[in-house]
Design a protein around this ligand. Structure first.
Ligand SMILES: [Zn+2]
Length: 463
């Protein structure tokens, strides 16, 4: 089956061919480990896991190398460790372990390598020295900066004008920069910050900038050029643009990765997620209320490139769908030697069209319900289970799924959806008494609502 992927570099859907026919190499920017990951972070986790599973299916599990880095040196980490009065290593270790648990609960396969920035300082220094030697970077005031003007096609990925890029950089121009666009490869450490011996003969100890990490770790684990580089759309500029600049100039190569893939933004209840909005939600909080598969399915119902609005109504609907499918396959053990449905695989080969793959699962569930022959029904059930499993869903038996999530409250999705709709209608009609009554009814069902000034409502399942 032919795999087509949308490439941000060319803004078109292209047929995917690995550079080396015997292996596929994929790098995805991973977490900065200072706090629990939020639901927005779950999006690239889940979407690139689907791609990883698909690539393993198409090329063989041993022929796909997936690398996802861990940023364990960063200002936010230093600040949080100081705030909590713990050692930096303790904070990053704890946060990274939490992240791995969250990823596993969301049904994500572990990448082949999860390299840490602090374990690749030598590689970063090697790259930085190469860039200085090649005339693409310069030393100024104990910093090393990338000289953007030295790269004629800088900005090719983001396709922004120079003015936009200048505005996008949003940094006050430090006096040591030759040009406002130049970005930091290495900087001196302040007292108390993690520090390493500096490259390029700089006497003061220092630490790397963020962008150089990914160039160093992808080089170490995947080589100078590789197949797929992924991340959230917010990383296109400046992070990915700068990764490309560093890697291409260090290796004099025409591309860093052949395919650049980006997942769309995530909003919560119609608004940008922010602590000040009251709609900030971590994966961990959601996992306390819902099985990971419900969250995974809810993410996959939107195509990865589209913006997604994460809503309570959506999560409830996803739970309903999953419960229904679990009911259908309840007596079916995990089938062995049954392939996923061709249409499901075909949909995923069309730029990871998960909504279309899920439509096919719904159709299979419908066929099972209306099927009269027991034998054919079993075949269809096996097909549904194998196909859902391909997407990382229906991987438990129903009892096991509940056991796996002891905190799970069973919510009557239909009832809650209907009540939320009725409450919205009552509020619109200014029947506030009725709206309050419905709020109380939801409360009794274990659903807590919080209304915000801007008219949006967020929700929680009461613990
Ligand atoms: Zn990166």
């Amino acid at each position: 089956m032919q795999l087509k992927l949308y490439n941000t570099l060319t803004r078109t859907k292209e047929v995917f061919q690995p550079l080396d026919q015997t292996r596929v190499r994929m790098y995805v920017c991973g977490p900065t480990v200072y706090d629990f990951a939020h639901i927005g972070n779950a999006r690239p986790l889940i979407e690139f896991d689907v791609l990883y599973r698909l690539l393993r299916h198409l090329y063989g599990p041993d022929r796909v190398k997936y690398v996802r880095n861990v940023t364990d040196v960063d200002d936010k980490i230093n600040a949080r460790a100081a705030e909590r009065g713990v050692a930096i290593r303790e904070l990053t270790e704890e946060t990274y372990n939490n992240f791995k648990e969250d990823a596993a609960a969301l049904g994500c396969l572990p990448p082949a390598v999860e390299p840490r920035a602090t374990e690749h300082i030598e590689e970063m220094k090697t790259l930085i020295e190469r860039l200085v030697a090649a005339g693409n970077a310069y030393v100024a005031d104990d910093h090393v900066l990338f000289d953007v003007a030295s790269m004629p096609d800088y900005g090719k990925l983001a396709r922004r004008s120079l003015d936009e890029m200048l505005a996008g950089a949003r940094v006050e121009v430090a006096p040591y920069k030759r040009d406002a666009m130049d970005f930091v490869l290495w900087k001196p450490s302040k007292p108390g910050e993690p520090a390493w011996p500096s490259p390029c003969g700089i006497a003061a100890p220092g630490r790397p900038g963020w962008h150089i990490e990914c160039s160093a770790m992808s080089w170490k684990h995947l080589g100078e050029t590789f197949d797929i580089h992924g991340g959230g759309i917010d990383l296109v500029f400046p992070h990915h643009e700068n990764e490309i600049a560093q890697t291409r100039c260090a290796f004099h190569s025409p591309v860093m990765a052949d395919f650049w893939m980006h997942n769309g933004f995530l909003q919560v209840e119609g608004a940008k997620m922010a602590k000040s909005e009251g709609n900030f939600v971590t994966i961990r909080e959601l996992l306390a209320d819902w099985p990971g598969e419900v969250l995974r399915l809810n993410m996959l119902r939107t195509h990865y490139r589209q913006p997604i609005d994460w809503t309570m109504a959506g999560v409830l609907e996803s739970q309903k769908v999953l419960d229904h499918w679990y009911d259908i396959v309840a007596d079916t053990p995990m089938p062995i030697g049954v392939d996923a449905d061709d249409e499901v695989v075909g949909s995923l080969c069309d730029d990871l069209n998960t909504p279309s793959a899920l439509t096919r699962l719904h159709a299979l569930a419908g066929e099972i319900r209306s099927c009269a022959s027991g034998l054919h029904q079993l075949e269809l059930k096996n097909k549904l289970k194998a196909s859902a499993g391909f997407l990382g869903l229906l991987e438990f038996t129903k009892g096991k799924a509940l056991e796996h999530h002891p905190h799970r409250r069973v919510v009557d999705a239909d009832k809650v959806n209907a009540l939320i709709d009725a409450r919205n209608a009552a509020r619109k009609a200014k029947s506030f008494k009725e709206a309050d009554r419905i709020r109380e009814e939801l409360h009794a069902l274990g659903i807590e609502l919080e209304d915000h000034k801007d008219g949006t409502t967020t929700w929680k399942v009461k613990r």
